[in-house]
Design a protein around this ligand. Sequence first.
Ligand SMILES: Cc1cc2nc3c(=O)[nH]c(=O)nc-3n(C[C@H](O)[C@H](O)[C@H](O)COP(=O)(O)O)c2cc1C
Length: 150
Amino acid sequence: MNKMLILYGTETGNSELLAMDAEKIATAKGFDASINGMDEVSTDDLASCGNLLIICSTWGDGEQPDNAIELYDSSVELEDNYLQNVNFAVLALGDTAFDLFCEAGIQWDSILEQKGANRINERIDCDTDYDDYAEEWLEETILIFADKGV
Ligand SMILES: Cc1cc2nc3c(=O)[nH]c(=O)nc-3n(C[C@H](O)[C@H](O)[C@H](O)COP(=O)(O)O)c2cc1C
């Protein structure tokens, strides 16, 4: 069974709720999906997960949410190509009222590519009324993961 790691970066739980939706969709599509907060895994877990779905909000002034800071900082330090066996996609949560809209998700999308991971779908940047289009993107993206067959 294909594995999928669903990681959420959050402060008030919106990303976690979406991650739980994603887990249901992934399980229904036959994945062995696990769901974790970003403070519960290491960069080695990223490297070995096969399929990585990141759901991350932005806080402060375009900053990572508290539970994502350490993992993000460790990811920046990785050697190039360290994540070459990983397929990934990023769902960013934010609010267009802020100048740096969805910046933390943008940073994840960029660093994963820099470290050799393979983006299987374009990132989606979600404003506050994200429910419908986030679900649609999750359905579409998990189908693409399934087609890639890692
Ligand atoms: C104090 C504060 C700062 C925020 N800063 C940003 C920001 O810089 N950029 C952005 O796009 N959204 C920003 N947001 C919006 C959050 O990312 C958004 O509410 C998100 O849905 C929260 O998701 P979470 O519950 O998973 O943390 C901010 C929200 C608050 C309350």
